[in-house]
Design a protein around this ligand. Sequence first.
Ligand code: IMP
Length: 429
Amino acid sequence: MTAIAVVGSQWGDEGKGKITDFLSKDAAMAVRSNGGNNAGHTIEIGDKTFKMRLIPSGIFAAKNGAVIGNGVVINPEVMFGELDNLEKEGIDISGLKISNRAHVIMPYHILQDTYQEEAKGDKKIGTTKNGIGPCYMDKASRIGIRVCDLLERDTFEEKLRTSLAEKNALFTKVYGKPELKFEDIFEKYLEYGQKMKKYVTDTSVVVNNALDNDEKVLFEGAQGVMLDIDEGTYPYVTSSNTISGGIASGIGMGANRLDTVIGVCKAYTTRVGEGPFPTELLDEVGDRIRETAHEYGTVTGRPRRVGWFDSVALRHAKRVAGINALSLNLLDVFSGFDKIKICTAYELDGEKIDYYPASLKELYRCKPVYEELPAWEEDITNVKTWEDLPENAKKFLNRVSELVGVPLVTVSVGPDREQTIVLKNPWEM
Ligand code: IMP
């Protein structure tokens, strides 16, 4: 296999870094194609900890470096913060490539995100307030500023003046907030452009060339399928396509180029922010999972909402993202539990259904239908092989794989690199 995509199959935070880290050792290139610094993962290398939000985590291992594709939205300040930190720690970043077509998150996008959320009151989305939505809004409205625009003084000036006039009207007239000044933004962002220049290129050419030469390319998805703007729990979603189809448009490559799509999931479900969550646990079982698994946001510290494994959502994710391999994390959390529940279907108005409703009203009325499986007593954090897993853990995993209809490739029993049971190496599939 030469083209593998790793996508979150739930609502993000599935622990995609684990399998990405494993796969990037053999990859020539690590690529990101959607989202921005709303994503976040911690990478531990030796005694050093790196908090990455924008740079593909494969930058540490992939031989020819990392690519930020046209579908990503870039906050230059955050990106240079990450790059400076990597350089300080002696990481070679010279292989980084940034798409000239990627859109730039401007200061007004971050403010707009905050004002919109405030205005929505209890209908807020619970965004990360990083300006992601407003940046994609401007892209779709055709008033966005792209990386290539930062490299042309007169183009950038014209575009910034136009956008700012529109934003200032919105801020003052709709939200009753102060205006932003052109002078406070212009030179600073031109400078970012100059600093970025040496990395900027047509990344579609770079990635397609690598694929044409049979090099191994790892596509790192951000967020999760259930947060996809088309296929997720709209409007409680992010503003990009997190499904594998988003990779083709977010890179500029054919939809037929991916060989494998690995869906990453947890042994249970979490979500942050607002929105429907049929298997949510609002009781002490949920608290126990949250505390055992430290389910708190890495950046914000927000407690994550927790629920049982939802195979209806996973089957939806499998279909819309073409998932053909499953990577399950956090199996160890259930050691010492009495029983584990898996949602096999929903009950909607007295009828059993096996699809993920588009209507939020219907979704809020859905009651999960559960199957109960016995858990296990043993601590499994040192288990290295499938054979050494407790029988009940194997039964749980087999049932998950059966219900989703996708084979498992890795199972994780702890946060360390070593605490991963590899059932099949995806590069060899
Ligand atoms: P936004 O992407 O900041 O606009 O946030 C929209 C929704 O997506 C909110 O519910 C966020 O909590 C959620 N979200 C965005 N990025 C992530 C992520 O990396 N992990 C989990 N949830 C996320």
